[in-house]
Design a protein around this ligand. Structure first.
Ligand SMILES: Cc1cc2nc3c(=O)[nH]c(=O)nc-3n(C[C@H](O)[C@H](O)[C@H](O)COP(=O)(O)O)c2cc1C
Ligand code: SF4
Length: 683
């Protein structure tokens, strides 16, 4: 029987179906038939439908698994770096194949489509703890069943933000000034900010953080040690930013525990350690607007966020009192959706504001389930208060009274940090009732996904919030008219929203002045690059800039073979297009910004097969052309590909599919056929 308290706090409404199933699975490890019955009885949802939902989401388990779960990523970025060899070594060490459990029930081994930690590929995951840069030689250690701590790597942080300041009075700006004074009062001196994001943790950032704390305490050194997010330099992780008042930031890495004494010794003696510092040119090549605070500010401390200018745009906008002005600035900025479709953000917002229904909703799409892209996690982990500020601003602009942050089911660190930031913002009067003393109130809640690429499609996501299977809806009506529970709803990607505070503070024209009118864009660099990680560039940069100047070129010393741009919905690009600017809807479309650079040892056929196989598995099956067509295209890769057969089928899949998954699924194959015909057509 399910522990009664697990279900009792969920209201008897269908929207709580997925959270209830997740809660049971978290405690029991899987969803037994009895548990499904109990959820059905509590929520008053028919048993068949509970089963239908439970069997739909890949992260929900209808059978028990081993006591330990080991997963190895074989997505393209990991594949390029030897992920399949690591998986093979694990299979050998355990004596089972991927997808099986050892006969004693000790370990289940699985293959992962993407661990979203591509900057430290290849990656394995042991009981939800990521381990990066693994090799086949690590297999025995990864699958070891002995009593080892496999709990997710984490660091001990003291919550510095919850104690709220005494509520101020007066106008929004006057109240905000009081908060700023309090934040300044809590300022600490020089700081060592460790990049404790998912990528950093996978390669030892927690150990670096603890070693720094110990050494600083032991030597009574004038630094405080902060667990920040990552600054995007996965290649140099574990990274430590040295932040001293009145001096330029010093970015150092990799700082492993054995290097800590050297770093601290050099800092104490005021010596420059060039061997530990990261080349400042790497940062200078970027235009870091959205990620300006990532790696610098303490994500667990609202006071630090305020000292880094968080919530300034919100305070000024509320003081101004005209929500339409926010929409106008976003229109002037020409901000377009960074979820991949590049739709005009202001058009959606204005339509929702003008729509008749009430209440209105804002849904933040933090689902990020496309292999090869890991930018939204980076933003949420590194700068969660910026997201909260953007959400409050956006909700105010569109007339929403409720916002839902929908975060990928496995992005635990993102959810944790956004959750802490949300609680702090509430305690400081920046979320909830009568924000900064105005009549505007906003409730924000966090929901978690349960896997599946199509879940990130906006209407599938709404279905899941309503307690249904994640299957896209037909449009019209569009969500801005009839979205969540039939009410006007704006759905925005995390990166899109991250641009909003800067646009409101600095003006839409300023943002439009960057990137040829398109602003800036985050890119996730991975594959064979020497410097994988997250970077922010002006839109319109070239692949050459990304791959050679920022990414450091190909680490293996072999020639660049191909670039996969935009994940499984994207294209395979030939190196001859390195100088083409990356412009949305242009000849080389950046898509969601995943850049997987492959040397010439990875066959283009293999790359296309990986992408197409993913889309085939992930098709929700609602449309026949997508369900059947992707599988047939995939089968064509087993022999010499006949372009004459591919093209009409691809066209049918693209034209007759309901959502972007089917519409984009053939692109990788079509682009490869156009650019690398010999790789696909030869026997
Ligand atoms: C299969 C599929 C998966 C998607 N996954 C995501 C996702 O993970 N995150 C996201 O923001 N948008 C995703 N989208 C795009 C959304 O449908 C939607 O366009 C986006 O959330 C709108 O926000 P934006 O205008 O700010 O980009 C996906 C679309 C499709 C077709
Ligand atoms: S296009 Fe594919 S994923 Fe999208 S609704 Fe149709 S079957 Fe589902």
């Amino acid at each position: 029987m399910v522990r009664p308290d697990l279900l009792s706090h969920y209201p008897r409404e269908r929207t709580w179906l997925l959270p209830a199933l997740q809660a049971v699975q978290r405690v029991e490890g899987w969803l037994s038939p009895e548990a499904l019955d109990e959820v059905a009885a509590h929520l008053r949802v028919p048993r068949s439908e509970v089963w239908g939902v439970a069997s739909h989401y890949p992260e929900l388990r209808l059978a028990p698994r081993g006591r330990r779960l080991v997963r190895v990523c074989t997505g393209l970025a990991c594949l390029a770096r030897g992920g399949r060899e690591v998986l093979g070594a694990c299979e050998q060490a355990l004596g089972v194949r991927a997808g099986e459990t050892t006969p004693d029930g000790a370990v289940t081994l699985e293959e992962l489509d993407c661990a979203f930690t591509c900057g430290v590929a290849p990656v394995a995951e042991v009981d939800h703890r990521y381990v990066g840069r693994v090799t086949p030689a690590d297999a025995p250690r990864l699958v070891a069943t002995a009593d080892r701590d496999h709990s997710p790597a984490r660091v001990t942080v003291t919550d510095r933000g919850h104690a709220p300041p005494v509520a101020g009075a007066g106008s929004p700006l006057a109240r905000f000034a009081a908060l700023k004074r309090e934040a300044e009062r809590r300022r600490t001196g020089a700081r060592l900010a460790v990049g404790v994001g998912t990528c950093g943790l996978a390669v030892g950032a927690a150990e670096t953080y603890e070693a720094l704390r110990e050494e600083v305490a032991r030597g009574n050194l004038p630094f405080s040690v902060v667990a920040a997010g990552c600054n995007g330099l996965c290649w140099a992780a574990p990274v430590v930013e040295v932040l001293r008042d009145g001096r330029p930031r010093l970015t150092t890495g990799p700082i492993t525990p054995d290097v800590v004494p050297r770093l601290l010794g050099a800092l104490s003696a005021n010596m420059a350690r060039q061997d530990l510092a990261v080349d400042p040119e790497y940062m200078a090549a970027q235009q870091r607007v959205l990620i300006e605070r990532c790696g610098m500010a303490d994500p667990y401390d609202i006071a630090d966020a305020l000292r880094h200018s968080a919530y300034v745009a919100l305070a000024h906008a509320l003081e101004d009192g005209r929500p339409e002005r926010v929409i106008e600035e976003v229109r002037a900025a020409s901000l377009t959706g960074r979820g991949g479709a590049y739709f005009q953000t202001a058009v959606k917002w204005a339509a929702c504001r003008a729509a008749a229904g009430q209440p209105k909703f804002l849904v933040v799409n933090g689902e990020e389930g496309e292999p090869g892209i890991f930018k939204d996690r980076h933003l949420m982990e590194g700068s969660p208060h910026r997201l909260i500020e953007a959400v409050v601003l956006t909700a105010w602009a569109i007339g929403a009274s409720r916002a839902i942050l929908y975060i990928h089911g496995e992005a635990d660190l993102s959810a944790e940090r956004v959750g802490v930031a949300l609680a702090q913002a509430r305690a400081w009067g920046l979320v909830g009732e009568e924000i900064l003393g105005t009549s505007f109130s906003l409730e924000i809640e966090i929901r978690r996904g349960a896997g599946g690429f199509v879940l990130g499609e906006e209407t599938a996501l709404l279905e899941s919030l309503e307690g249904q299977r994640a299957m896209p809806r037909t449009r019209p009506p569009f969500p801005v008219e009839a979205g969540l529970w039939g009410k006007p709803t704006v759905i925005n990607n995390v990166e899109t929203l991250f641009a909003v505070p800067s646009i409101v503070s600095r003006g839409g024209a300023w943002f439009a002045g960057l990137g040829g009118g398109h602003g800036t864009k985050l890119f996730g660099l991975s594959g064979h690059l020497r410097r994988p990680g997250i970077v922010e560039m002006e839109v319109g940069c070239t692949l050459r800039t990304l791959i050679e100047d920022v990414g450091g070129g190909i680490a293996t010393g072999r020639p660049l073979g191909a670039i996969v741009l935009g994940g499984p919905s994207g294209i395979v690009v030939h190196p001859r297009h390195l100088d083409e600017p990356l412009v949305p809807r242009g000849p080389v479309n950046p898509g969601t910004g995943g850049v997987v650079a492959l040397d010439d040892t990875v066959g283009v056929r293999e790359a296309v097969r990986t992408l197409l196989a993913f889309n085939t598995r992930e098709s929700c099956g609602k449309c026949t052309p997508c369900r059947e067509g992707t599988a047939r295209l995939l089968a064509m890769l087993d022999g010499p590909v006949d372009a004459g057969r591919v093209k009409p089928l691809a066209e049918t899949v693209q034209l007759a599919s309901l959502c972007g998954l089917g519409q984009a699924a053939p692109l990788a194959m079509l682009s490869a056929l156009a650019e690398f015909p010999e790789a696909l057509t030869r026997p």
